[in-house]
Design a protein around this ligand. Sequence first.
Ligand code: FAD
Length: 472
Amino acid sequence: MKNDIAIIWFRQDLRLSDNPALTAAARHAHVLPLYILDDHNGGEHTIGAASKWWLHYSLKSLNTSLNESLSLYQGEPMAILTDILSRYQVTAVYWNRCYEPWQITRDKHIKARLSALGITVNSFNASLQHEPWTILKNDNTPYQIFTPYYRRANLLDTDTQALPAPGITGALCQDSQSISLEALKLRPKIRWDGNFYPCWTPGEAGAQSSLDQFLAHGLENYQAGRDFPGLKAVSRLSPHLHFGEISPRQINQALLSLPDDNNREHFKRELSWREFSYYLLFHWPELPEKNLKTHFTHFAWSDNPESLKRWQQGLTGYPLVDAGMRELWQTGFMHNRVRMICASFLVKNLLIDWRLGARWFWQCLVDADLASNSASWQWVAGCGTDASPYFRIFNPITQGEKFDPQGTYIKHFLPELKNLPLKYLFRPWQAPADILKKANITLGQDYPLPMVDIKESRENALAAYHQIKHLS
Ligand code: FAD
């Protein structure tokens, strides 16, 4: 029997390079790399459907990098680890930290149990530039607003020296009781994932190539272009970051070799919004469920499953919203500006509870991330600590005219509108009958009529907010 086996428990750090837990495990004589699909502890926050698709291919890629030695399991991690300990001479267990509240509770418990058994247990930071507990205001309370948080974070030293992948090929061992990747059943039974394949390459190599592409062709226009969904001006790194196929440290290291201009600064700032979301989730673990501005508890949300369904299906009659919702369904992603517009439409024009929108995003996004998703929905709804003011309601017509001026994005995801002149593309219901006929569109048949009036629904939203704004 092999002795001195170290377990590296992969979770949201599916990479070999810049992986401190793996580097620590590599110092032992033998390394048992494993992944556990924990569908026991997360409750409602267990991984969503589109993310499962991503995870399947990310694990496949990781397993290839580990010479097919990755052991896979499904179930309760403590029970699985206990079973492995009974069969192997494990001396140490290493992992990189996760920050969802249920993961923190689980990991503390496991760390205590394993330590009590005399096993060395070490956890590391592999996914954030700064641990959430290291940034506090002078009165030792957490920041609630992004800008002062960001200013303080920028005063701290940031480590930009990424770790190389350790040489572990000879030390790897696999558990004979590992299950197969197929047994995790991560890919959908009904194959709605066809459009995902040309869009994405999950895994460490795919992450690096997305970064390289973006630095070579996207960053130079990032500040001006990042709001235009029809341009290739954003990195699309979010799913790679969520699954830890690349670390913020690796990105920062790559940025160091580029000119220190506004584009680079703006990109770093956006990466810090991710950090800030993790920060909020850490300090306000109720972020995914509760309005952080408590007077929103009294908000009169509309209970309208039919409207929710039309929004989910991209059938609202507002082309930019519908294009966004179809991008989400078809590709597992939605451009940031369009996420804000679609979320605002649900919460403000339809008055539907942000948590229902967040749940739909959770199932559909390949980058579904409890911290970023919850913080962003609270931001749009106006109920987060650092929220956009409630009266700022995105208008999908003017936003379309401004940010998709040639209609490239809308026409791509709504091909039924491709012959509509630009003048009417953002408001098809105003097009004269002969123009609609020429464009082969019968409204209500080929494309829906608007489900609400934009001005009236905006006023209703402001009135609903007026009812609660003085309450606490
Ligand atoms: P880039 O513009 O290239 O930015 C680089 C990285 O910075 C991103 O990959 C991401 O990690 C981070 N980032 C950028 N903007 C934000 C932001 N506003 N908040 C947090 N991090 C940011 N992001 C997720 O990763 N997962 C989610 O589940 C998620 N849900 C969202 C829900 C709503 C309603 C909204 C408005 C935003 C949400 N976001 C979420 C944030 C943002 O839309 C995505 O991170 C971004 O669109 C990813 O695209 P990108 O990688 O091309 O971004």
